[in-house]
Design a binder for this molecule. Structure first.
Ligand code: 0O2
Length: 247
């Protein structure tokens, strides 16, 4: 006996294929948006390192939310499970920039968001205003253009800027919450708040120590001085060349 497929099967398969293609295209655009941001951060990192002899960026990590976790968030927000609801979730693509000191988080944030093709959609400053549990980080939802073969798409990417100490706390806090499955005993909550304050104090101490040894990192002033050094050097070399001393 041969099984016959129901008449509407080809339609369903076509629809399913279409949805799958749209989903793949959507997730690819988030991947590309994330790539654009990481390239920008890599360029800033190299520039800071090579031209200013100071690298404020310790680590850059990326993550693409899984389809399951996007569906969870869509449901949590009370949206219907559709591709247009997916598009309303702005943290599908995430980049985390771990910096050396607190001032560096703002400096790198400014250097990234000051670029003309980066549009800031939202900023949450959990460094200036920590969450009640002690969580600290500077969050920005930015939109970057991604140039595809036939069109340009503007992709939202969540960028988190934090120090090593903030990252240490957040990573372990996440693990502890995961273990307790959201039902954390009050004494653990209190301990977490205290340890967040300890981490913040360590950030302040280490930054003060660094500045006392190396001087404050006023990058704008140093950019200006560097430009001055470069232009003086170029002028000197040019005049040597013109006077025939340049060899
Ligand atoms: P993952 O897997 O780390 O990315 P909203 O988008 O405004 O509806 P949401 O998503 O809570 O609300 O935004 P928010 O406050 O900007 O936080 C988003 C991300 O910040 C989280 O993403 C975490 O990465 C991080 N985060 C926020 N609060 C905490 C916290 O208390 N502890 C830790 N460890 N991380 C935090 P995800 O998607 O939850 O997780």
């Amino acid at each position: 006996m041969t099984a016959t497929a129901p008449e509407h099967a080809p339609d369903i398969i076509e629809t399913f294929r279409g949805v799958r293609e749209d989903f793949t295209r959507l997730m690819l655009s988030y991947q590309f948006g994330m790539d654009e941001i990481t390239t920008k951060i890599r360029i800033l990192r190299e520039e800071f390192d090579k031209l200013h002899s100071y690298n404020p960026i310790e680590q850059v990590t990326t993550r693409l939310k899984s389809a399951e976790s996007v569906v969870d968030k869509v449901t949590r927000k009370g949206l219907e499970p559709s591709l247009s609801s997916f598009r309303k979730i702005t943290d599908i693509a995430g980049v985390r920039v771990t910096c050396s000191f607190t001032a560096d988080t703002y400096r790198v944030f400014e250097a990234l968001t000051g670029q003309p093709d980066v549009r800031v959609l939202e900023v949450k400053d959990y460094i200036a205003h920590p969450k009640p549990n002690g969580y600290r980080s500077l969050h920005a939802i930015v939109e970057v253009p991604v140039f595809l073969s036939s069109r340009t798409v503007n992709v939202p990417v969540e960028v988190q800027f934090r120090t090593v100490a903030m990252d240490f706390w957040a990573t372990l806090e996440h693990k502890i919450f995961y273990k307790y499955d959201g039902d954390v005993p009050p004494e653990v909550v209190l301990k977490l708040e205290e340890s967040a304050e300890t981490a913040a104090q360590m950030d302040r101490d280490m930054e003060a120590l660094h500045d006392s040894v190396h001087g404050p990192r006023d990058f704008r002033e140093r950019d200006r001085q560097d430009d001055q050094v470069i232009s003086d050097d170029v002028v000197r070399k040019l005049s040597q060349f013109l006077s025939g001393e340049g060899g």
